[in-house]
Design a protein around this ligand. Sequence first.
Ligand SMILES: *Cc1c(COP(=O)(O)O)cnc(C)c1O
Length: 231
Amino acid sequence: MSIRENVAHIKEEMKNAALAAGRDPKDILLCAATKMNDAAAVREAIAAGVDCCGENRVQELTAKQAQNAYDGVPVHFIGHLQTNKVKQVVGKVALIHSVDSLRLLEAIHKEAARQGIQQDILLEINVANEESKSGFSFEDMDFVLSQISRFPSIRVLGLMAIPPICQNSTENHKFFQKMYNLSVDIMRKKYDNVCVNILSMGMSDDFADAIACGSTMIRVGTAIFGARDYS
Ligand SMILES: *Cc1c(COP(=O)(O)O)cnc(C)c1O
């Protein structure tokens, strides 16, 4: 199937998942995870109606921005970001999904302050405490959120997670539900510079489950562009 057909199909499934959960389909955005896909493919996805693009690697982001690949939609950074690369990302993307340490928060704040802007970010949560994954733990959250007021050039707009690959919907729901509950918890507590309107969760294989549990932004690569060629 073409990128256009894939996007149309995903949007239909998003709508069905939203309606089944009693949610407004307009409350869920489709972020195209564009890693390893070239500018032409990215433009096709944008023409087909994705709401934004998410890039994983700084080098790919910079290269595709130089080709105006993302014209027409906001571009986000969704991959692991090293503190020594924040200069190449801050102010160049609408949202950074993957902020996973206080060191990175501080580095983003400093660079945003230097540029005289406010950078919107999400806090990445390691929802299953997997050693192989980055992200804050649930236990970290109170302390981290209490520190955000130290970084006035940052606005926290929500949370992001990449749960473990699960065998079935029930298992998926467990992790997505934990994320949703955390977002409700944070909202109740009212921290400075923090709101949790965005819940970035759900990928090609599990976005319907994520939507059922309250996701407001799904990040989809394979289901739009086909399998990535790592050879
Ligand atoms: C690649 C990637 C996705 C999309 O994964 P698919 O399974 O291809 O849909 C989503 N989020 C992040 C952070 C990614 O790196």
